[in-house]
Design a protein around this ligand. Structure first.
Ligand code: H2U
Ligand code: ZN
Length: 349
């Protein structure tokens, strides 16, 4: 061992530019080339239509409502919404020990496709584009509500991430206040903009493109990287090349190229362990509160739990819960493994 710090060899901490938090990286534990066996469960064969699915067209949901015979996308108010628009205002925030205040909001479920057996990775580009348009339209609509300060679009994919149903769907939770994670990102992006006069993630992407070693997949408008500060083994950050504060600002051609990039990224994920890759993903963009929020740059996070195979996941326990997140596989190694994957889905070979 030399005395000079070598980040490919020595344990170190990396700073998350978006949250100001730190991750511990222990590359010496993963130095050996990849040899681990990957266990591949047989592909789950789902029907195109499942009469017991509460998201399939024409079926009844828990609340007794019947889904229309939708042919592309479909949105409905969550029958078990975590937030309500009519919650009365109130607070005991003045209490030193028991601080609380009422929160209002709207929760919706979005179906990406009428096909029960598909995922975004296997949908056709025009149908992924429809999902992009739906996200943008919902964001726009909910942002215009004076009661809404932030619109969180997200998808839980796979039972491992708590998804209740394989039918391709996501959720929208729109709240009056800006939630914890976007609030951290707002603070860090604002501080950078005040110092540098440019959006943090626009400059960060240029630095990533110059470095090259964490890029996973790119096209004319979009780039996916394993961020320098990734916590989850195969975490990625999807960024537009140009400054776009939120989804509703995307041009038509940027929506098409987003569909292309999403598909290519998600195919790589599925191919990595030849499984329908579980993840939680979501969009972060400018809040719906007053102001131009010029420091904001739109982006999507993908947080997949898998580490070594279709069945072996990373646990965020012990040290992560009590001290700081830690990883062995470096962001650079993870990016290389994803980059190497084919553009053809393993089920379509
Ligand atoms: P998840 O798969 O990410 O849990 O999302 C499914 C959502 O669908 C969940 O929030 C809602 C649940 O409340 N849901 C309905 O609105 N109606 C139903 O009939 C069942 C599930
Ligand atoms: Zn279904």
């Amino acid at each position: 061992m030399t005395d000079l710090f070598d980040p490919t060899e020595h344990p170190h901490r990396r700073r998350n530019l978006l949250t100001g938090e730190w991750v511990l990286v222990s590359p010496h534990r993963m130095k050996r080339p990849w040899q681990g066996q990957t266990e591949t469960p047989p592909p789950q064969l789902l029907p195109k239509y499942d009469p017991t699915c509460y998201l399939c067209p024409g079926n009844e949901r828990a609340g007794g409502q019947v889904n229309p015979a939708y042919t592309h996308t479909f949105v409905f108010e969550n029958d078990f919404a975590a937030l309500r628009a009519d919650t009365p205002d109130g607070t005991n925030q003045n209490n030193r020990f028991f601080q609380a205040h009422a929160e209002t909001g709207i929760c919706r479920v979005v179906c990406f496709s009428p096909r029960h057996d598909l995922t975004l990775a296997r949908m056709h580009l025009p149908d992924i584009r429809r999902t992009v348009d739906l996200w943008a339209q919902q964001l726009d609509e909910l942002s215009q509500d004076e009661q809404i300060g932030y619109v969180q679009l997200f998808e839980n994919r796979g039972a491992m991430m708590g998804s209740s149903n394989p039918h391709p769907h996501g959720q929208i939770w729109a709240t009056r206040r800006i939630p914890t994670e976007p609030a951290k990102e707002d603070r860090e992006q604002r501080a950078y903009f005040e110092e540098e006069g440019a959006p943090l993630l626009v400059d960060y992407l240029n630095a990533e493109l110059a470095a090259g070693e964490r890029t996973v997949v790119e096209n004319s408008d979009w780039v996916a990287v394993v961020p320098f500060w990734a916590v989850w083994p195969f975490e990625t950050l999807l960024l537009p090349r140009r400054h776009r504060r939120h989804l509703a600002e995307l041009l038509p051609e940027e929506r098409n190229s987003l569909a292309d990039l999403l598909k290519r990224l998600l195919i790589r994920y599925d191919n990595l362990f030849e499984t329908s890759f579980p993840y939680s993903m979501g969009w972060h963009g400018k809040p719906a509160t007053a102001g131009d929020h010029v420091h904001w740059q739109l982006h999507a996070h993908f947080f997949p739990p898998l580490l070594r195979s279709a069945t072996i996941r990373k646990f965020m326990v012990g040290y992560e819960m009590l001290a700081t997140p830690q990883r062995d596989l470096t962001a650079e190694q993870a990016a290389q493994r994803l980059r190497m994957q084919s553009d053809t889905h393993y089920l379509d070979r």
